[in-house]
Write a protein that binds this ligand. Sequence first.
Ligand SMILES: [Fe+2]
Length: 299
Amino acid sequence: MKRKFDPKVFQLGYVALETADIERTKDHYLENIGMTQTAKGDDGAVFLSIGYNHHDIVLRPAKQKALLHIGLHLKPGIVVSDLAHQAREFGLAAMIKTDSQPGITELVEVEGPGGNVFQFYGAIEASAPGFKKTSVAPLRLGHVAVISSEGEKLVKFYEDFLGFWYTDDIQGIATFLTCNRDHHVINVVNAPESRVHHLAFELRGTANHAMAADALRAAGVKQLWGPSRHTAGHNLAGYHHDPDKVMVELYTEMDTFIPELGIHEPRPWHEYFPMKPKTWQLSELNAWGAEFGFNLAAG
Ligand SMILES: [Fe+2]
């Protein structure tokens, strides 16, 4: 697979959300998901960790819910000032910030297409508050899906500026992109709205889907879709709403992309061999043919 350059980042670090009811939203991530608060900012923002990094989710109080920014971890060898310079050459505003948030000494904030704000950093403190023993207690934050009215420009930003690989799409509405071996780290939904579509946490194993769904039900949180197997990515996924009606996905068994071959590592449940990046239909979101209410664009 010919590429101009390798991705500038290697993983999703964190997602920062604004919320109108920070106590209620925070409680969901602490009590139901099983995260730990590691810090509180001067602006009332709370920093939540899954178990190792200083933060995986940031919640900031605001008048209404919104996606604040996405944190992406720079590949070793790319420093913040390089990224700032390259972003400006690409025509984007970039600002280097020092000690602007707990856990990260230096970062560069870039305003991407459609008002999507990114924070790029080379190091985040490993606070390691420990993994919780609740029923959900995910392993990590794996991906984020964003709805954007400038979806095409946003995809170009990921591909042409950051070097992400295209791994699949759903009728051109949702585009899956990766900067590592996960099927997707970012999913861009091209629709006339601008907000987060869902956040996705990886669970320890497939048996944990049932335990997670039972625990969420006990907390009064219903499943919106699944757990069931997707086609694009083939992840086993269950979705629920957080208190702000931001969708949260819990998943396992996501496809492994092999950039060197331009295919997804073969799996017995694949429909195609080799499983190359392709366009899937909206009518085939569910590999098992189960019918669940799931509006891709509306989320
Ligand atoms: Fe997802």
